[in-house]
Design a protein around this ligand. Sequence first.
Ligand code: GDP
Ligand code: MN
Length: 392
Amino acid sequence: MNIHEHQAKEIFRKYGVPTPKGFVAFKPENAVKAAQQLGGDLDVWVVKAQIHAGGRGKAGGVKLARSTEEVGMFAKELLGKTLVTHQTGPEGKTVHRIYIEEGAEIEKEFYLGMVLDRASEKPVMMASTEGGMEIEEVAAKTPEKIIKVEIDPAIGFQGFHGRKLAFGLGLSKDQVNKFISFAQALYHVYMDYDANLIEINPLIRTKDKKFVALDAKMGFDDNALYRQPEILAMRDLTEEEPTEIEAGKYGLSYIKLDGNVGCMVNGAGLAMATMDIIKHEGGQPANFLDVGGGASAETVAKGFEIILRDPNVKAIFVNIFGGIVRCDRVANGILEATKLTKVDVPVVVRLDGTNAEEASEILNNSGIENIISANDLKDGAKKVVSAAKGGK
Ligand code: GDP
Ligand code: MN
């Protein structure tokens, strides 16, 4: 789960990580009030679109206002606007809230981030002098400009971690300790909230030599949310794919993609293999869908309904291995689904495992025309890709 910049900054403040003062607003008039509250005599206010995606600066989602009236103008412009950044995809994201901040006087921009490194099985803190740039680009072109420290959670953040980062950034003596306190506080935020990502880009040094988090991005381990009620309360459903939320309610893991071949599979591994083989046969999957090991008629029916909500879907590939679930039950689920939802695209079915023969019989005797049976995975993938292209 992700949260908004203004929420991450709220958490930062609790831990003594310096951020500019700011207020969130959902309406232009509240944006103006926020600006007045911050101080009507400021030189600069910053109006920032709050969406769960970076790259807002380049896309016109971060505005510097010179007066409270200008704050109001920018607020009107941004609220309700669809912002397209390199992280949103071409459809963009609608701005429902903005953040009004006091402007900062930037002397230098840095990058500071923390992620879980699965290879070392430890959280890693990363810093760079190349702040404000896309860190992926820095990593690709000048990896030596990113300084990394692995932190063993058993010993926690130590002075030597901080010094390695601070010296790597070339900070002067008087700044090293300030930076280390900042980094240490950030480590505690990461650990206490079960985060799996924190990114401050840019972390700035102001003209009066203070370190301030100018941007803040946080992501969390979904499996830990049960013990993070404060984070769960920050969830913004408007940032999530509605069909993915609905699928979650029925215990289905559904991720929407851009292709036209709908996939209904049991087990995450088989679901990924299915997507691979569809691509191998020249098709594009429209989704990832794991109906779970114990797929029932109801979940299969729900799965069809969710897949078919995507207007791009031209054919569906049901690829289910009957291990825990019996194939005849899945076959009945498919019949059930065709009664509940109008399935008007070809459905290629490959059922294997327990009671596979009974399942074929059920489907063959069903009288449903759209169903094409497949002998195996490869055969199924070929048939569904061709069906999606309008062939037989
Ligand atoms: P992102 O593009 O989504 O990562 O949004 P950021 O919060 O990083 O803002 C983009 C850029 O706007 C930053 O890299 C800064 O250069 C600039 N910016 C943000 N806040 C201020 C501010 O208070 N003063 C000044 N001068 N620039 C700012
Ligand atoms: Mn940023």
